[in-house]
Design a protein around this ligand. Structure first.
Ligand SMILES: Nc1nc2c(c(=O)[nH]1)N[C@H]1C(S)=C(S)[C@@H](COP(=O)(O)O)O[C@H]1N2
Ligand SMILES: [Mo]
Length: 531
């Protein structure tokens, strides 16, 4: 029995099915690509690769807007957007293929090429094999589209027209359904296999026994945590700690095969360390508050944890590194992560005596994968994008003149000490309150300088001192509370902090770009009279 293609009038149903054929071809492309990516590298899958490329190509200002608008779900929004655009393109290609099959096939291949180029262009991509998932997926999808449109347009020469059309649609739908089922099954299997590959990393984290610190963090002072409803915990639990990074697939690094290379200007002999090497060193434990430069005034991108690690300055000194103030030739440390992120930090800050860490523990457990397992950097007093490289694998000593790290290329400042900030956590903005005493409370931070004073202003009244909670260390945030006798009406509440250097937050509001937001956190509340 032969099927012959004969052009005929396309009905609405044909066009609907044509678009459906495009969608099915697109879906099967992605599923096949996922199967191949499970073997090559999960990050080389087309959607992940295109997503990562979009993140890299997005102007810093837009990225900042995305973080601001979508917070930590910015990645989900991005992936949904990519999949939506892809679905529209696939449907259009399906329609195109009804008129011109080679053009439809070319369309699918072209999309595959976009995915392949995106995958190969990633900074952490070191082989053309990363192009394979997209390319093989596209070939499979293109072939399927060719067959599906063939089914739809085919007509048995002898049959009556309506019956012929019905037969060809049935055959189209059967083929489409069968391939969707097969591709879904294969992708699920591949995903399970990929998961198995991550098991080593997961097992290495479960097996990791954290050493006792030679220098433990002092117990958090009893008075550091205020007993005011609506104020967060002084130590942020790991699962509530904000997460900001460019990784669409969280790197799962096996602690056993992890290595850290230290090299570059002024290093007297490149060295490579294992996690065991770090665990055998003098381990210290410190409470350090980490903040993101993208955090808006009043925003949530700040957290405080108890970190366990080794002093980075000691490691550097042993490697022959001297800070610029001692005549060392390098003024920038470029930390590189396993996924190609680069983060530049002043050598001087790391070596000036503060507790800059290579950390492997967070709040009593090994670093969570989201927060950089097995090892990350932390430098008290600097925003995360210039200090806190997660999944770190390489430390290069260089100069600020010679190298722009990732975020700096996007327009962020090369050096960025945290700005003094304060935040009202309770009452909430636009809250309706009963008249009487209202506890206005929140946190303030100015890592490495400490917080000396926090003041609250009601409407246009005078600035009044809030009560400061006990200080844990000057590298941590500090809670504060101000009991307010609230009177009926609408009120504006503002807060400002003064840091340990005696500098008070200025009123002038600036955007997070390029070196962190400034300005007072101000909220409006309505107080109702109580009968
Ligand atoms: N590898 C890697 N490290 C990174 C980033 C990243 O994108 N990739 N983002 C940095 C930024 S901008 C911040 S604010 C902190 C956030 O750390 P957290 O996710 O553990 O809170 O990580 C820093 N380290
Ligand atoms: Mo950040």
């Amino acid at each position: 029995m032969t099927l012959s293609e004969s052009p005929r009038e396309l009905t609405r149903t044909d066009r609907l099915l044509g678009a459906l054929g495009g969608l099915v071809a697109g879906y099967v492309s992605l599923a096949v690509a996922e199967v191949v990516a499970a073997w090559v590298r999960p990050e080389a899958g087309p959607v992940t690769a295109v997503g990562a490329a979009v993140i890299d190509l997005t102007p810093a200002a837009v990225k900042e807007w995305a973080i601001r608008s979508f917070g930590t779900s910015d990645k989900a929004v991005l992936l949904t957007g990519i999949l939506t655009i892809l679905a529209l393109l696939a449907a259009a290609i399906g329609l195109l293929a009804l008129r011109n099959r080679p053009a439809g096939v070319a369309g699918v291949l072209l999309l595959g090429l976009v995915g392949a180029v995106a995958a190969a262009g990633r900074p952490d991509s070191d082989s053309v094999a990363d192009m394979l998932p997209s390319l093989i997926g596209a070939v499979a999808g293109a072939a399927l589209l060719y067959v599906l449109t063939g089914r739809l347009l085919a007509r048995r020469p002898t049959a009556a027209p309506e019956r012929a059309a019905r037969a060809s649609r049935r055959s189209f739908l059967l083929t489409a359904a069968a391939t969707v089922v097969a591709a879904t099954g294969a992708a699920a299997l591949a995903r399970a296999l990929g998961g198995a590959r991550h098991e080593n990393a997961v097992a290495s984290r479960t097996a990791l026994r954290l050493p006792r610190p030679a220098s433990a963090a002092p117990a958090v002072p009893r008075g550091a945590q205020l007993d005011v409803p609506g104020i967060g915990p002084f130590i942020t639990p790991n699962e509530d700690f904000y997460r900001i990074d460019t990784a669409l697939v969280v790197p799962k690094v096996d602690a056993g095969s992890w290595r850290l290379r230290i090299h570059g200007l002024g290093v007297d002999g490149e060295r490579t360390l294992t996690l065991q090497d770090l665990l055998r060193r003098t381990v210290i434990e410190r409470d350090i508050t980490l903040a993101c430069v993208s955090n808006e005034i009043g925003g949530p991108l700040v957290g405080n944890a108890r970190w366990l690690g080794v002093r980075l300055a000691d490691l550097l000194r042993e490697a022959g590194v001297r800070p610029p103030s001692e005549g060392g030739p390098a003024d920038q440390i470029v930390a590189r992560s396993v996924d190609g992120m680069t983060i530049g930090t002043p050598v001087e800050d790391v070596m000036d005596g503060r507790d800059a860490l290579l950390a492997f523990g967070m709040n009593g457990e090994p670093l969570p994968f989201d927060h950089g397992f097995p090892v990350r950097m932390l430098v008290p007093g600097l925003y995360g994008y210039v200090s806190a490289c997660k999944w770190i694998v390489d430390i290069e000593l260089t100069t600020f003149d010679a190298y722009d790290a990732y975020w700096v290329r996007g327009g962020w400042a090369p050096e960025a000490p945290v700005k003094t900030q304060s935040r009202i956590d309770t009452p909430r903005s636009l809250a309706r309150l009963d008249e009487g005493t209202v506890m206005i409370a929140g946190v303030a931070w100015a890592q490495h300088r400490g917080i000396e004073r926090v003041q609250v202003r009601i409407d246009d009244g005078p600035w009044q001192d809030a009560r400061l909670a006990a200080e844990d260390s000057r590298d941590t945030w500090r809670q504060w509370v101000y009991p307010w006798r609230a009177t009926p009406g609408r009120h504006d509440l503002a807060v400002r902090a003064t840091d340990g250097a005696g500098v008070t937050q200025t009123e002038r509001r600036t955007d997070p770009m390029p070196d962190g937001a400034s300005g007072w956190h101000t909220i409006a509340v309505t107080v109702e009279a109580v009968e």
